[in-house]
Design a protein around this ligand. Structure first.
Ligand code: GLA
Ligand code: ZN
Length: 672
């Protein structure tokens, strides 16, 4: 495997997707001149060039790519070399129609788009592998190539006959016998019992699917998602191994998409040398959501990651592609580094002349020169980042772990009832938001993490409790840990069958409660909760009706027929405790519960004073580097603890009267 240290690169990579192949050669020189002015030191190339570098089944053509690599190498660039396998060449589709995908509605696709290959097509696999191998043979020894970028944003699904056959093989390996499979999927229901493996069909709109995102049998649908994630992962591993034959060291990645639902990224990250991802917040995405996604990407390997893509200004594919306001791209970039990134890369370096991304922002705009607002901001950031290599490989220490589990996400969102608006990422984010607002660092952790590293483990809507998870959490709490969980937890096993004997199943004993019923409230309805100190708040969505079995109640409902019954509880268990929140609380109420949790567990903010600024630090052996960023509209005073220190970016000494306007950033180093 590749380099395995915390520090993958010798400098902060600053650059991004670069497609000179789409432009006449005269432009290339001009690109180099302009990029130099922005301190760009890196380019990701060859991302969608399959049709160019393999114009037919029998021929490769590398002359142009050779020239691009040579030009960038001469300029001293750190090159991120992609393998081009994310968009099929037309000749392949014409000759081998099996390489395209069949969609959820059973429609076999023709040539077009990208991310369009059937992962289980042997023809696709053969040519993708061969191409990766050719590239590695040719460029694997080039010292300027610092990273391999396999494919691009793996994702989507295929429901073709090849995939169906591969699914049966995958299931056979997992279940061994038809009986075990029937049991796991509860196939006695509606008489769906299967007697032969080849009776199994893929769960889509033509079979078990209900609408776009529900299913009659979650067991098969969740298994299909696992299978599809594994199929694409096999594609990644195949190219990775092909590259490894010729290049033993250079890190290999593929660009992930944050909280993208389709792939189990924790499983993927185990196969990647370094995680990279593409960050495209919408105009109204809360900054806490972006921070959470960064923390998740860092959490995948517990290591710094790469920001493979962000736009310098606007996107083209959102419904409303607003410009980044002056300073916003810079602030977003520092937030990215603050949460663990060691690179800042853009999509893209020069704006396309045609096709669907011509309105997507780029470092060089259609006007073709560097006298633009966006370019000036890119150049300023480039200049600043040159001085920040000390950040590379440093840590983000955290005492709070929030569990994120793709299996659980799939199961929770497939389930029919009790509430259609229940969305996994939003629920996790509502808890993350508390820690973000308080500037308490968080690790996003997998369900099989070593919980003992954390003072507090937060696991909202932990609907699916797989084998061994209940025991591991009990062990953690017994030894003194604090677990926070919520409604819709402990309900099903890995196949979406209910843990019988009362909710929340395997969590019931340590939570010291029994949930007898779950009420669902329509969007226009709400209930109220009253805490023991008399304070009253609103709650929505789902309301657990529960009995105390040793836990104390921190708050009760105050209306409807279950008024006076407990809704928020705390239970001592071993040396630790479990908090259970039986409804969707309004933010202020959740803050109140989590204030108690953090105070009791002695988990504190990175600074002592309350502030609306985002304050984070990364830590190396020598120092703590604080990132102080203002994402709110109004000016904010600098926290007192930084007065008298120097801002690394401006060089200014920070005073009592220092304020941060929206998108201002201050960096302070505190030696250890
Ligand atoms: C994705 C892709 C890029 C580009 C950008 C546009 O992240 O990886 O090729 O299409 O979106 O935002
Ligand atoms: Zn397929």
């Amino acid at each position: 495997m590749g380099k395995k240290t915390g520090k993958m690169f010798k400098r902060i990579l600053y650059g991004g997707d670069y497609n000179p192949n789409q432009w006449p050669r005269e432009i290339w020189e001009e690109d180099m001149r302009i990029f130099r002015k922005a301190h760009i030191n890196s380019a990701s190339i060859n991302i969608f060039s399959w049709a160019k570098i393999q114009p037919s089944e029998e021929t490769y053509y590398f002359d142009e790519l050779d020239d691009i690599v040579e030009m960038l190498s001469k300029e001293g660039y750190d090159i991120v070399m992609a393998t081009s396998t994310a968009a099929l060449p037309a000749w392949m589709v014409k000759r081998y129609p099996e390489v395209t995908r069949t969609d959820y509605y059973g429609r076999k696709h023709k040539f077009g788009q990208r991310h369009n290959a059937c992962p289980n097509s042997l023809v696709y696999q053969k040519y993708a592998k061969a191409l990766a191998e050719e590239l590695a043979k040719r460029y694997g020894k080039n010292k300027n190539i610092v990273c391999w970028h396999v494919n691009n944003e793996y994702g989507g699904e295929c429901y073709c006959e090849n995939c169906e056959k591969a699914f049966r093989v995958w299931l056979r390996k997992k279940y061994k016998t038809i009986e075990a499979l029937n049991k796991a999927w509860n196939m006695e229901f509606w008489g769906h019992t299967i007697y032969d493996w080849d009776e199994i069909v893929l769960p889509n709109a033509l079979s078990e699917g209900i609408g776009e995102d529900k299913t009659a049998f979650a067991g098969i649908s969740i298994d299909y998602r696992r299978f599809n994630s594994d199929s694409l992962l096999e594609n990644f591993k195949m190219e990775r191994d092909a590259i490894r034959k010729y290049d033993p060291d250079t890190p290999i990645t593929n660009n992930l998409m944050g909280t993208y639902k389709g792939l189990d990224y924790f499983k993927w990250a185990k196969e990647m040398d370094i995680v990279s991802w593409d960050n495209y917040p919408a105009y109204d995405t809360p900054w806490s959501m972006t921070a959470m996604r960064h923390d998740l990407m860092r959490g995948l390997k517990g290591q710094p990651f790469m920001l493979m893509e962000q736009t310098p200004s606007q996107q083209n594919w959102q419904p409303y592609n607003s410009l980044k306001r002056p300073g916003q791209m810079r602030a977003q970039s520092y937030q990215t580094i603050a949460h663990g990134s060691d690179t800042i890369q853009f999509f893209q370096l020069r704006r396309s002349v045609g096709a669907c991304e011509k309105f997507h922002g780029a470092v060089i705009a259609h006007v073709g020169h560097e006298n633009t607002r966006v370019f000036r901001e890119v150049a300023q950031l480039g200049k600043e980042l040159k001085e920040l290599d000390c950040i590379l490989g440093s840590d983000n220490p955290s005492k709070v772990g929030i569990i994120f589990d793709w299996d659980n996400c799939w199961a929770l969102e497939y389930t029919s009832g009790p509430h259609k608006d229940l969305k996994y990422v939003d629920q996790i984010h509502s808890y993350y938001r508390y820690f973000y607002d308080k500037n308490i660092p968080v690790d996003m952790i997998p369900i099989d993490a070593d919980f003992s590293k954390y003072d507090v483990v937060v696991a909202p809507v932990l609907y699916m409790v797989k084998e061994g998870v209940g025991e591991a959490l009990e062990e953690y709490v017994k030894k003194g840990g604090t677990l926070v969980t919520s409604f819709m937890s402990g309900i099903v096993d890995q196949s979406d069958n209910v843990h019988l004997g009362g909710y929340p199943g395997p969590l019931r004993r340590m939570a010291g409660i029994w949930v007898e019923e779950i009420d669902a409230l329509a969007p226009e309805q709400h209930n109220t909760v009253v805490f023991t100190d008399g304070s009253e708040y609103t709650c929505r969505m789902l309301c657990d009706l529960m009995h105390l079995e040793g836990a104390e109640s921190l708050a009760n409902y105050s209306s409807d027929f279950y008024a006076g019954t407990p809704v928020v509880t705390r239970n001592e268990f071993g040396k630790g405790r479990v908090y259970y929140i039986g409804t969707e609380l309004e933010d202020r109420a959740l803050d109140k519960v989590l204030d108690q949790v953090t105070a009791e567990a002695n988990v504190s903010s990175v600074i002592d004073e309350p502030t609306k600024l985002e304050v984070t630090y990364r830590e190396s052996e020598k120092e703590r580097l604080y990132f102080i960023i203002n994402f709110v509209k109004d000016e904010q005073p600098l926290p007192k603890c930084f007065v008298g220190k120097r801002d690394l970016l401006s060089g200014d000494e920070l005073g009592d009267d220092t304020i941060l306007k929206q998108y201002d950033v201050i960096l302070v180093s505190i030696p250890k």
